[in-house]
Design a protein around this ligand. Structure first.
Ligand code: E4P
Length: 214
């Protein structure tokens, strides 16, 4: 499974990139707003750090303006993927953009039916939101499992990005369920790195080493 980072914070992306663990980035309007920066500027800065797909979301809600916006976003860098919301207008946009060779990531996917439609329209990626389903008392990972099974049976090339990841268990379960990608916030990435036995092991090795020097 590949790791994408779900953030618009360039410093976090730089740190994770130096560790060699991320192969792409996803952003959304909330994440961009949190940084208080211009979308194009942030996306181009990220593109200078990570050599992989970088999702930037279109804000328009009507198909025509969404397509126009997406065409502009796609010119910012060769690795840019345009994030399109899962609506009827979004599907129309995905169909046109896909015909033009522009990569899309259909976001806010909460059912297998939505993902199948997005794939039919030509989506490069679909982003099912695991955490937000958990938030309303459903099991987000079940969606990844079903989606992955259906895409495999139907030989659908659209890739699954497990999104709205809130903890390391989500990552492992998404990997077991067959998601090709998990997009992960920096804090979850740090949680994945750490293990108390690793820390204890390092402390013990150092203590024993110090003992040898005495
Ligand atoms: C997906 O691409 C979204 O940016 C993101 O995963 C949403 O996560 P949240 O539900 O934690 O806001």
């Amino acid at each position: 499974m590949q790791f994408f980072m779900d953030t618009a914070n360039v410093e976090e992306i730089r740190q994770a990139s130096q560790m060699g663990i991320i192969s792409g980035v996803t952003t959304n309007p909330s994440l961009i707003a949190r940084e208080g920066r211009n979308l194009k500027e942030v996306i181009q800065e990220i593109a200078g750090i990570v050599n992989g797909p970088i999702s930037a979301e279109a804000i328009s809600l009507e198909a025509g303006p969404m397509i126009e916006e997406a065409r502009v976003i796609a010119t910012w860098h060769k690795n840019v993927v345009v994030k399109i919301p899962m609506t009827a207008a979004g599907l129309t946009a995905v169909k046109t953009l896909s015909d033009e060779g522009i990569k899309t990531n259909v976001t806010l996917i909460f059912s297998t039916a939505q993902a199948l439609l997005a794939a039919s329209a030509g989506a490069t990626y679909v982003s099912p939101f695991v955490g937000r389903l958990d938030d309303i008392g459903e099991t987000g990972i079940s969606l990844i499992q079903e989606l992955s099974e259906v895409f495999t049976i139907q030989k659908i090339p659209t890739q699954i990005i497990a999104a709205s990841i809130r903890n390391p268990i989500h990552v492992i379960e998404a990997a077991k369920a067959g998601a090709q990608i998990a997009t992960v916030p920096y804090q979850v990435l740090l949680q994945l790195i750490k293990h108390p036995l690793t820390d204890a092991g390092i402390a013990k090795f150092l203590k024993d080493w110090e003992g040898l020097k005495k």
